[in-house]
Design a protein around this ligand. Structure first.
Ligand SMILES: *Cc1c(COP(=O)(O)O)cnc(C)c1O
Length: 461
């Protein structure tokens, strides 16, 4: 096979984008406003100030500024592990016998092992600028807690991580990394908050849940002087920071004279897909190009493919503002699945709006065992062990490449390899030992989740 394009396309520091791109500025229609669950009125920026630091609350509501300068210290932090390469999957293409040209953006090249560090750095920097003392957050699978521990250690802020108790027991190495970077890790539910004590009194032996951990982290932030809360996905500010992925990819694809026909990302809360997609969506919104966008999710937590477009809470604890998004209902309890980062009941309001309006073309749900089969095949040929989350995007890219083989089209496929699976060996072992099960909720299961959608007078009865 002739290799006109190098295996890995690198950027130098000087070629690195210095601004984030805010896709909201180019959307013809904005997503519906957040609603304050206390007043049932649209959220005012000051409503968010007890929870988020000031600059981030501003970014959350900024629907008009197209480009936002990346602060110098955040750029310096990015340069420790960025720009990230675009890799041509020559070996995988050959194995599939496809005429498609497959590229992946690799975001796993840092100790946290995922793209989450891109927003962890930004959120921590703004907190430091505001002279805050510390931050609180929750983590389920552990990637977000690790990224935040790295960023707060670097910028010199305290961090309290509420980690879902059963995860902290199942993933001792994740816990160890978080603590090595100096963060305080508290298995949730805990006795350090009102809500934690209440849950423990009712269910002393519970293994905890993400919703409970969020409630504890938010309570701790709003009741501790000099603290705020941070979230690793879903929010507009997170998609803004993740646009670095798409902005770099755009330049790299131009350098090799390529443009994607198909852009693929896995979607849990929507931040890595939103980040990669943004720069190509800009072209689509301007009418210049028409790439086909595919968001891939687990069949066990089918937020976009089977969810409702409705106002819902972002957390199971019902503390956060209501957002209009694709959701299974905040009360939906996803089955234990090995792609922990994709087990979220809702979806980024930006991604949801783009999907609802037909600009994000397709949502696809895939089963866990076929995802791991694709992950192992990818690892064999490209020698990177992918995160189970990322392997959802790999599978869809392979499906598209096989379609090209059937039609003889040599399409350009770009997907995001959002992270590595080094901390997910329990999942790989379960797959190898044949212990992995596929689970799909029945319509009755989903109806239980939909029944928990909130009623909002005049808006959602
Ligand atoms: C958290 C995570 C995801 C899912 O989150 P998004 O906000 O949808 O990107 C995907 N991949 C990896 C590796 C993750 O850690």
């Amino acid at each position: 096979m002739s290799r006109k394009v190098p295996k890995r396309v690198f950027l130098t520091e000087d070629q690195m984008p210095t601004q984030w791109y805010n896709v909201r500025a180019d959307m013809k229609e904005m997503h519906d406003p957040y609603i304050n669950p206390g007043t049932m009125k649209p959220v005012e920026p000051q409503d968010l100030l007890p929870i988020f630091c000031t600059e981030l609350a501003k970014q959350e509501g900024d629907n008009t500024t197209r480009y936002i300068d990346i602060p110098g210290p955040v750029l310096d932090f990015y340069k420790i592990y960025r720009p990230s390469p675009i890799v041509r999957a020559y070996e995988l293409e050959q194995a599939l016998g496809t005429p498609a040209r497959i590229y992946y953006k690799f975001e796993g090249n840092n100790t946290s092992g995922s793209h989450k560090l891109n927003t962890a750095a930004a959120q921590t920097y703004y907190a430091k600028e505001q002279n805050l003392k510390g931050l609180t957050t929750e983590t389920g699978a552990g990637q977000w807690g690790t990224a935040m521990a790295m960023a707060t250690s670097y910028f010199g802020l305290d961090l309290i991580v509420y980690m879902v108790k059963c995860s902290s027991e199942q993933k001792p190495y994740r816990r160890a990394v978080i603590e090595t970077f100096g963060a305080q890790l508290i298995p949730s539910p805990s006795t350090t908050t009102e809500v934690g004590r209440k849950i423990l009194a009712e269910h002393p032996n519970t293994g905890g849940s993400l919703g409970c951990a969020i409630s504890e982290a938010v309570e701790k932030a709003v009741t501790t002087e000099g603290y705020r809360y941070v979230l690793g996905s879903v929010l507009n500010q997170v998609l803004l920071h993740q646009s670095i992925i798409g902005e770099e990819s755009k330049i790299q694809m131009e350098m090799i004279d390529e443009y994607p026909d198909i852009v693929i990302g896995c979607a849990g809360g929507g931040s890595n897909m939103g980040g990669l997609m943004a720069s190509f969506m800009r072209d689509k919104l301007e009418g210049k190009t028409n790439p086909h966008f595919i968001a891939v999710e687990p069949a066990s937590c089918p937020t976009m493919t089977r969810g409702k477009y409705a106002y819902d809470f972002c957390d199971t604890g019902h503390i956060t503002p209501l957002a209009k998004m694709y959701t299974l209902g905040a009360g939906y309890i996803p089955s234990p699945d090995h792609a922990g980062g994709l087990r979220y009941h809702g979806m980024s309001p930006i991604l949801s709006k783009l999907y609802h309006d037909g600009l994000l073309d397709e949502a696809r749900s895939v089963k866990q065992t076929e995802v791991f089969k694709a992950a192992v095949e990818f690892a064999k040929y490209e020698t990177i062990l992918p995160a189970p989350e990322s392997a959802h995007a790999i599978l869809a890219a392979m499906q598209e490449a096989i379609k090209c083989k059937e039609t003889g089209e040599s399409k350009v496929i770009l997907f995001n390899l959002s992270g590595t699976g080094n901390f997910d060996m329990g999942a790989y072992m379960a797959y190898r030992e044949g212990k992995m099960k596929d689970y799909e909720p029945t319509d009755a299961d989903l109806a239980e989740g939909f029944a928990t959608l909130p009623k909002i007078p005049g808006i959602q009865e």
